[in-house]
Design a protein around this ligand. Structure first.
Ligand SMILES: *Cc1c(COP(=O)(O)O)cnc(C)c1O
Length: 377
């Protein structure tokens, strides 16, 4: 299998897995029970994991709230503001290319009285910060704009948006599930108040993520899950210790080789496109050419139905959009939301290069795709 679907999920790094194993078996004590010699190491390791995650994004350890993943983090960041909505500070701004969990959480809040403005991105997938500024009113509470898109890899002007939100005293949340561990992020420099993270997008385990919540000034959030008061009462429930520790290890590994990996994957990505274009002349890239994740390609192959192409590939795993919507027959709302035609959307494929992708993989994938396109044509 040549796995080029690293936006959907990534393989758990073997170093991450190794680090997790003892915490399933011999070190299974509950970290929230009374502090004893038996859970002391567990508490210490969780604290270390939290610190590694915080360091990866320029935050403090106390600002990392463990959740079950970015879906939950996005829900907490948005629905958690319910009490503000009830008090009349109820306007939200977001984009039409956001992940479904952001858009659906906003929809739910709308039923409870929120006013939601969904801005349309341009043909390149980018939002104009001025457009955000123009839509801010005296009731605006939150701007939620993703850092990097999961289909096109397009990176939004986050720093600029953060500056505007800070100036206007508005909360700024970003879904950074695709960006964390792949590009440099600093929540302080970018003026981010809340940020969603998912471990399984950067070689950590599935089922764990985090919401970074800025500590000063404290943001008042209503928890989605009530109980024993873990995670500073924002997310009750016993921590999944092995997952937390794996998440921390994944953060540590990503941080240690971030720059090298960025360059390596970008080279492979550019090589992929250049050589595929030699074989299939009329292909083109969707989304901004340079303001995108280094390992992402979203291309359209005119005249080819991408679902058909993907089904017929011999050993290459790619997708035609996000995993979350590909159960439906619905085509990419992200690409349509950029104003691209039905034909372009229907012929689009998403390629995500990852930590384990080699040049040989790329050459094999190019051959597989080229052969299959020829066959279908
Ligand atoms: C994967 C992803 C999510 C969902 O993350 P889970 O941890 O799987 O819940 C949310 N937003 C974006 C941009 C993603 O890529």
């Amino acid at each position: 299998m040549i796995y080029l679907d690293n936006h959907a999920t990534t393989q758990v790094d073997s170093r991450v897995f190794k680090k997790m194993i003892p915490y399933f078996t011999e070190k299974f004590n509950n970290p929230h029970s009374q502090n004893t010699i038996h859970n002391r190491d567990i508490i210490k390791q969780i604290s270390k994991a939290r610190l590694m995650i915080a360091k990866l994004i320029g935050a403090k350890r106390e600002e990392i709230i463990f959740t079950s993943g970015a879906t939950e983090s996005n829900n907490l960041a948005i629905k958690g503001l319910k009490s503000h909505v009830l008090r009349g500070k109820n306007h939200f701004i977001s984009l039409n290319t956001e992940h479904k969990c952001v858009l659906e959480a906003l929809r739910k809040l709308e039923i409870e009285g929120a006013k939601v403005t969904i801005l349309k991105v341009n043909k390149n997938g980018l939002v104009d910060p001025i457009d955000i500024e123009k839509n801010i009113n005296k009731n605006t509470l939150l701007v939620s704009v993703m850092l990097a898109n999961n289909e096109t890899g397009v990176i939004q002007p986050i720093k600029e948006i953060g500056r505007i939100c800070k100036e206007k005293n508005i909360l700024f949340h970003t879904d950074a599930a695709q960006a964390v561990g792949k590009i440099e992020i600093n929540v302080k420099k970018m003026n981010i108040d809340m940020m969603s993270i998912s471990a399984h997008k950067f070689y950590g385990p599935k089922g764990i993520g985090a919401l970074y919540v800025r500590q000063f000034p404290r943001i008042r959030l209503t928890p989605l899950i009530d109980g024993g008061g873990q995670e500073i009462s924002l997310r009750s429930g016993t921590l999944p210790v092995p997952l937390c520790i794996g998440f921390g290890e994944a953060a540590k590994i990503s941080m240690s080789r971030l720059r090298q990996e960025k360059e390596r994957t970008k080279k492979l990505r550019d090589y992929f496109y250049k050589n595929l274009k030699k074989n299939i002349k009329n292909i083109f890239i969707n989304g901004h050419i340079s303001k995108r994740l280094p390992a992402n390609l979203n291309i359209s192959i005119p005249g080819i139905n991408s679902e058909n192409l993907i089904k017929n590939l011999k050993n290459t795993v790619i997708s035609s959009g996000s995993a979350c919507t590909s159960n439906n027959i619905e085509t990419s709302y992200v690409l349509s939301g950029m104003g691209l035609s039905k034909e372009v959307v229907k012929s689009s494929i998403r390629i995500g290069i990852g930590r384990y992708t080699t040049k040989k993989d790329i050459n094999n994938a190019i051959k597989d795709i080229t052969d299959t396109v020829k066959k279908l044509r």
